[in-house]
Design a protein around this ligand. Structure first.
Ligand SMILES: Cc1ncc(COP(=O)(O)O)c(C=O)c1O
Length: 390
């Protein structure tokens, strides 16, 4: 049997529970922003350190996508006409949300040890016109410098926003993703560790910010029942059908992360022995949800060749990169590129791969991936793969 790039796991009892709830939802006609959305919001906040007994006043606001969550936060930050700093190695949506909110994205380089902004790369990108900074927890890994980044933002009087699209349940120093910035945006796109098909969630400890987000997500209306629009919002609501799927899936989050971390540990051990790929290592104190298992190819090894060999000769499909082309090289964002190179982002974008990780992956499947990688490494054309990794 081959190994697919991704496998979305909704066990049978969960599917039955969702189907039954969907029947109820359709019968009642309460199809959007109803009781399931509220339950999903409370459960998501609780799963990220905001439970009733935690003492934290974490608010969650469910929206239609991760991109919507980001755009709402950027609109609230008042970024129109100003700059928003984003890492160069992120998904298009991080910058796309800034553009949609009327801002100019500014691309910053990253620390190759974490794939995230560092105080140095952020300082190099900050200008007087910077209105907000977006820290992306790439692959689910939270940088140990998150608090330093926030302090740097505070000195400049601007918010740090977390793009936590990859980081459901990830922690650093025992604190969950969503607790490092002024607010965080999560995505429930199908490949994410928790999904409901399409959807997003905002987490924030600011009750005012949560209230603003609720206004924005529902066409800028002062309240659900009102017909009086006080903000330029949009149709960023979450439907009840999505909310119930997310609520049920969320209950699996810990179990899924445990399995993903077990697979990652198996990969770490196997790759340490084989010595071809160099995995991105978790900094002390950081516990990733292993949304992606990232490893660098030796310099000079052609990624397309490596992926093709794994797929064609071993039926092993790698997950998508995070990311293969940095934002300053994306055609649609060319007008925002400064022309300066961002060497760390360019290097890691070109040279990493993501081994497949599924929330129900078996040990023998992980071993099959490791065997395939070892065989392809042994076949690497002369001059490739035997000179370690910088
Ligand atoms: C880093 C990052 N930011 C933002 C998003 C946007 O999320 P969505 O697809 O739910 O709009 C994604 C989703 O894939 C992402 O990976």
């Amino acid at each position: 049997m081959g190994i697919p790039a991704a496998r979305i796991v909704f066990p049978e009892p969960d599917r039955a529970e969702i189907a039954s709830a969907v029947t109820d939802i359709l019968a009642t006609g309460a199809l959007t922003l109803g009781p399931y959305t509220r339950q999903f919001e409370s459960a998501f906040a609780a799963a990220h350190g905001g439970g009733k007994d935690s003492g934290s006043r974490l608010s969650a606001v469910a929206v239609s996508s991760g991109t919507a969550a980001l755009e709402i936060l950027l609109r609230i930050a008042g970024v129109a006409g100003r700059d928003v700093i984003v890492p160069a190695n992120t998904f298009y949506a991080t910058a796309g949300a800034a553009v949609s909110a009327g801002a100019r994205p500014v691309f910053a380089d990253v620390d190759p040890a974490t794939f995230a902004l560092s105080p140095r790369t952020l300082a190099a990108a900050l200008t007087r016109n910077t209105a907000a900074v977006v820290l992306v927890h790439i692959a689910g890994l939270i940088t140990p410098h998150a608090d330093d980044l926030r302090r740097l933002c505070e000195i400049h009087g601007i918010p740090l926003i977390e793009d936590a699209a990859h980081a459901h349940g990830s922690t650093f120093g025992g604190r969950f993703a969503g607790s490092f910035g002024a607010a965080a945006a999560f995505s429930f796109y199908p490949t994410k560790v928790v999904t409901c098909g399409e959807g997003g969630m905002i987490l924030t400890t600011s009750a005012n910010l949560a209230e603003e987000a609720r206004i924005y997500r529902d066409q800028g209306k002062a309240s659900f029942g009102a017909n009086h629009h006080v903000r330029h919002g949009y149709a960023w609501r979450m439907s009840e059908l999505h909310a119930v799927a997310g609520l049920v899936h969320l209950r699996r989050m810990e179990q899924f992360i445990d399995r993903r971390r077990a697979v990652a540990a198996r990969y770490d051990a196997g790759l340490a022995e084989a010595g071809f790929l160099s995995p991105l290592t978790e900094p002390t104190g950081s516990l990733s949800n292993i949304y992606k298992y990232v490893a660098l190819l030796p310099p000079g090894v052609d990624r397309a060749w490596f992926k093709r060999q794994l797929a064609e000769s071993h039926d092993v499909r790698l997950a998508g990169e995070v990311y293969d082309l940095p934002l300053h090289m994306q055609p649609v964002l060319a007008e925002y590129a400064s022309g300066r190179s961002l060497p760390a982002a360019e290097d890691i974008c070109q040279r990493h791969v993501c081994l497949p990780v599924h929330s129900d992956m078996r040990d023998d499947e992980a071993d099959q991936v490791l065997e395939a990688v070892a065989k392809v490494a042994a076949d690497a054309p002369a001059g490739q793969g035997d000179h370690g990794c910088a």
